[in-house]
Write a protein that binds this ligand. Structure first.
Ligand SMILES: Nc1ncnc2c1ncn2[C@@H]1O[C@H](COP(=O)(O)OP(=O)(O)OP(=O)(O)O)[C@@H](O)[C@H]1O
Length: 359
């Protein structure tokens, strides 16, 4: 679609959304709730601004927005997300990441659900939109970025003896795995983990970034608190697999960020269905719709499913992430769409691309 038709489509989308009624009275068009509208390759994404407490009441409006957008000619898929207000910075707390516009946590309630794979590919999806992106692998007990991004060697020291991030696939990257050897990190607990993370946040010179994606340690303990409180998060993305147990853990993660006033940008369901490499058919081994239904119950946006595929695992293990290798392939497109929804949900918005009309 060319830029002109895109602009027309966005104008029609805005007009279609305008009459939708707000839960407390009035219409979407007459309010300042429409925080962003973007379109790409037939996918239209609308971001509706709400506070954390309002989110459950706005679930109906979100669904209605998707319905009216999906009915527009030229729209293949529509997505509406509820965006949180960025938390007000705590008074007197120094900005330890001064050149970074947004810090996003990618978190999961438990390990092994694909949080690191998701964090790396989301970072690359944001990069593919022309944003300056960094990846901070803060998973102190199981750092994955060195493998996933093929990071080798040691980081260099820059001006002021601050660490310079490494570079991979157009991302700036730093990992606990290149700073601390695995055996040392294994024996760290509580306060040592907290101080190592706080130090890493303060001592890496990221320069100017639109978004820093933080691959969080799994769980909801001290390390997660140190990052959430130290890095002034703009929002958190929760990764879960479809099994009930992982969803229970995801709920715990959501509760933790809510307690800390960090907006939940949405839930990603990883390994949602199995894509059979031989017969090409899709198998919903753990059923379908569980994560989406759970997201609706919790009042958080459902960002979408990512299938379980051999290609994704092989690419990750080789240090050649799919979104860098084949950004327009089926998996690359999935991560790009997820990244677009996340960028649209950030408040204030990330710098506008040619396709985005600020609300
Ligand atoms: N959608 C997927 N399809 C196939 N394999 C996947 C998918 N997502 C993740 N994996 C694989 O699952 C394994 C665990 O993924 P990953 O390391 O990203 O999880 P994690 O939640 O960060 O785990 P941990 O917290 O233990 O570090 C890896 O081998 C990865 O390649």
């Amino acid at each position: 679609m060319n830029a002109e038709t895109d602009t027309t489509l966005l104008a029609r989308a805005r007009a279609a959304l305008a009459p939708l009624p707000l839960p407390g009275g009035g219409t979407l068009g007459a309010s300042d709730r429409l925080a962003g509208l973007s379109s790409s390759a037939g996918l239209v994404t609308a971001a509706i601004r709400v506070t954390r407490d309002e989110a459950p009441a706005f679930a109906g409006l979100r669904a209605a927005a998707e319905t009216v957008l999906a009915a527009l000619p030229g729209v293949a898929r529509a997505q509406a997300v509820l965006t949180g207000e960025a938390p007000a910075p705590a008074p007197g707390r120094p900005a330890i990441l001064p050149g970074v516009r947004h810090v996003i946590a990618v978190a999961s309630g438990k390990g092994g659900v694909g949080k690191s794979t998701t964090a790396v590919n989301l970072a690359l999806g944001l990069r593919a939109q022309g944003l300056a992106v960094g990846l901070l692998d803060a998973d102190i007990h199981g750092p994955s970025a060195p493998t996933l991004l093929g990071l080798r060697g040691q980081p260099r020291l820059g001006p002021g003896r601050r660490l310079l991030p490494m570079e991979a696939f157009g991302l700036k990257a730093m990992s606990m795995g290149v700073l601390v050897d695995a055996e040392t990190a294994m024996i760290w607990r509580g306060p040592m983990v907290m101080s190592a993370i706080t130090q890493m946040l303060a001592e890496v010179d990221w320069g100017r970034l639109d978004v820093l994606v933080v691959d969080m340690p799994p769980g909801t303990g001290d390390a997660q608190l140190a990052i959430a409180q130290g890095a002034r998060l703009s929002g958190a993305v929760i990764v879960s697999t479809p099994q009930d147990l992982a969803l229970i853990d995801a709920r715990r993660g959501i509760a933790m960020f809510r307690k800390l006033d960090v907006p939940i940008l949405g839930l990603i369901e990883n390994m949602a269905q199995f894509l059979c490499p031989t017969c090409g058919s899709t198998h919903a081994i753990f059923g379908t719709g569980g994560a989406e239904a759970e997201a609706a119950r919790l009042g958080v946006p459902f960002l979408g499913p990512v299938p379980l595929t051999m290609e994704l695992r092989h690419a990750s293990d080789r240090g050649q992430p799919v979104t860098a290798l084949d950004p327009d392939g089926p998996l690359g497109q999935i991560y790009q769409a997820l990244a677009r929804s996340i960028a649209a949900a950030l408040v204030p918005p990330t710098p506008t691309t040619k396709e985005e009309i600020p609300g």
